[in-house]
Write a protein of this length. Structure first.
Length: 114
């Protein structure tokens, strides 16, 4: 049985508040559908790309975060192309930028808590 899904707009706001409460920067770059939009996090540290995380429905019926798209070693052209494809493909997508001091820790905590 799957767990109830939090509305995308509510979860986007919570992610921004979580980062800001830790003294980090967060902003919503693109608002999607407030109820059912997909969430894509662009995790950076001091403006340097660290990872993209996307909320997905797992095989067990629960939502979790997984790494997608260009890795930290890829350049800005690959990142731009990835974002252009994603926003063109999914008009309901939420894009949230999180510039955090410890991206590896943030990513580990986010992907392990679902």
């Amino acid at each position: 049985m799957s767990e109830a899904r939090i509305a995308a707009g509510v979860e986007a706001s919570a992610l921004v508040r979580r980062a800001q409460a830790l003294g980090d920067f967060a902003t919503i770059l693109k608002k999607g559908d407030p109820e059912r939009g997909a969430l894509l996090l662009q995790v950076t540290s001091r403006g340097r790309h660290a990872a993209f995380l996307e909320r997905v429905l797992g095989v067990e019926g629960n939502y979790q975060w997984r790494a997608v798209g260009p890795t930290e070693s890829q350049g800005s052209a690959e990142i731009r192309d990835f974002l252009a494809r994603r926003t063109r493909f999914d008009a309901d997508l939420w894009l949230i930028e999180l510039d955090v001091a410890l991206p590896e820790r943030f990513i580990a905590e986010t992907t392990s808590t679902g």
